[in-house]
Design a protein around this ligand. Sequence first.
Ligand code: WTA
Length: 674
Amino acid sequence: MSESDKEKQKKYYPEPELAKNARVKSMDDYNNIWKQSIDNPDKFWDKEAKMVDWFKPYSKVWQSPKGDGDDFVGKWFVDGKLNVCYNCLDRWVEKGYGDQKSLIWMGEDDTLKEYTFASLKDKVCKAANALKELGVKKGDRVCIWLPMVDDLAISMLACARIGAIHSIVFGGFSAESVKDRIDDSDCKILITADEVMRAGRARPMKDNLKGIIETCPSIEKVAVVKVTNGDVYEYEKDVNYTALIEKQSTECPCEEMDAEDPLFILYTSGTTGKPKGVVHTQGGYLVYCMSTNLYVWDYSCLVDLKGGKPSERDVWYCTADIGWITGHSQIVYGPLALGAISVMYEGVPTWPHKGRFWEIVQKLKVTHFYTAPTAIRALMKYGEKEVNKWDISSLKMLGTVGEVCNWPEWIWYWKVIGKGSTGEKPVGKPIVDSYWQTETGSYMMVNFGAITPMKPGSCTFPFFGINPKLLDEDGNEVKNTNTQAYFAYDMPWPGLMRTVWGNHERFVSTYLSKFPGHYYTGDYAQIDDEGYYFILGRADDVIKVSGHRLGSAEVESAINSHPKVAESAVCPYPHSIKGSTIFAFVTLMEGVDPSEDLKKEIQNHTRSVAGPTVKPEVIMFADALPKTRSGKIMRRILKAIATQSEIGNTMTLANPDVVQHLVEERAKLGKIEF
Ligand code: WTA
C-alpha cells in the first residue's frame, strides 16, 4: 500500500475537548442510544418531540401505516397541534430571548442585517399579513422564486405562520421550471424579485417570466420583492410586496396546524417525467430537523445553552441556497427552531474575492461551517493563500453535504480549513459528512461531529432511529463488506416525506415498491469491515452537477425542445470542480447538418429553457441512440461511451451496431477534461 493510500484509509479523530461538553459524549453512548432508538422508536421520538412547543399535545407518537395513501411512513405525533413559525420565533420571544440574534443576513455588498428573534418575528408577521391581504389562506400554495435575500427566509416563515404551503423554486432555475411547479400544485401567489444581484451585477429575474406567468391559470397575484428597484417588466397581477409588507401590522396570530398537515412542497428531480413535489409535514419534519442538528453539530442554542450565555451562542453558517432542501432544513427551520444563530449569505463564494467564505467566517465569528464538496473543490483551486488572509480560528466544526467528499477535497478541508494534524493518529476539527436527500428531511447517515472517528469519503453511521439496509436486486440483505448494494431503510422516521404532491401513486412506485417494506434511496452504497458506510452514487438517472440534483428527463426535454433536435440522452461526465457535468448525445432532425455552432445554439437553448445551471457541457451528435427492444435508451452504455470505459453487455439492445459507431465518434472528440 502506498503512503497516500495509507493516509486515505486512516481514521481521523475530532479534537478530544469537543466530547467533554457534548450532548452525546462517546461512541459507546451513541451506540446505546442508537440501539434504543431502533428497539423502541416511539420512546426515542417522544423524548425528542419535547423540544417542540405544542399547542395541543399528540395522543400517540406513531401510528403504523394503514395503506390507502398512508404507506410505510405512517402518521407521526397523531392529533398534535403546533405552528412551525411559532417554534422558530415566538416562543423565543416569549421566553425572554427577543433581543437575541437569530438570522444574520449578509449581502454581496456587505450589508448586514442582524435579526433578533423579536425583529424577525415582526418582519415575518408583516409579511404574513401582506400574504393574507393578497387572499392567501391556510392550505393555499405559495410559490417562492427568489434569490438569497432575507425576504426568502421571511416569506417561508410567513407562509408557515398562516398555514400556507410554500413551494420554493431555486433561483437558478428557469421561468419555465417555475411555471411547471406552479401548475403542478396550483399555486395562488408567486413571490419573486425584480432582479437578482450576482457577482456585483443586477441580473434579470422577473423579466424572465414575461409571457410565461400569463399562462399560469392558478396565479392570482405576483408579489414582487424589490431587490434592486430596477426598471422591470410589469405584469397586470403584480403587487409591490416590499411596499405592501411595510404598511402591515406586526401582529399576526399563528395558525394552529395539525402535525401531519403539509408544511411545504419542494420539487426534486426524478428519473422520468416531470419533477416530483416532495411533501413534508409540520410535526415530523420539525422534530427531525431539530434532533439531527442538535446532536450532529452539538452547537449551543436556546434549546440547550450548554452552560453558556444566550449572547455567546455558537454561530452556524450553512452556505446552501434555500432553493434546495439543505437551505430549508439547515438555514431556516432546524437552526431557528433550536434557537441557534444562523447565517445566510446572498452571494457566491468567489466574489468579490476568492476568500469570501473565510472573510464571512472571520467577520461573523462562525463556529460551525457547512458547505458542499463542489465549493471546497472550487476554493481549493485558489490555494491556501486565499484562506490564510483571514482569521478563521473561531471555527469548531466543518461539514459537507450533497455528494461524496472525496479524498483530495477532504484532506484539504481537514488541513487547510480545519488545521488538522496528520501523522499516526490525526486529530483536528471534525468534518461532518452528512448523507441525506430532499425526501428524507434531514441527515440520515452522518458522523456526530464531537465524537465519531472519521474516514474520508464515508458518511459513517446512521442517525438515531434510522436503520439502513444494503440490498441486492432481489431484496436480500448484502452482508459482505465492500460490496456495492442498493441503499434502503427498513423503518420509517418522522422526517420522511409523506407523498408526492397530487400523485401518491408516484411516491409509492418511486420509493416503496422496489423493495417492499423499505424506503429505497435510489443510491448505491457499501459498508467496510468496521461498519462505515460509503455512498457510491446514484443507481438511477439522476445527475448531480455541483451538488445540484438534475433529472436526466428534464435536461433531455429542454434539449429536445430545440427545433433541430430529434432526440437526446444525457449522462454524467466527470468534472474536477462540479463533480459531474452533463454529457449529451443528440440526434438531429433529418436534413440538419451538425456543426460546432449548432452545439453552442443547443447549449444556450437548454440553459434558457431549464435555467442557467443546466448546461450540457459536452454535446456529441449521434445518428441513433442505443435502445432496448422496448425503446428504452440504455444510459449505462452511453455513460461508458462518454467516459471511454468498458461498454459491457450489449445483448439486450435492439440496435447493437450503433454502439461501435458511437465509440468511434467519441474517439474523434479526443480527451475531454474539466
Ligand atoms: C447525494 C441533498 C454522498 C445522494 C441533501 C443523494 C450524497 C442525493 C451525500 C440527494 C453525501 C447527498 N455523500 N452522496 N454526504 N449527500 N448525496 O435531494 O446521491 O439534493 O441521493 O439532497 O445526493 O440529493 P438532494
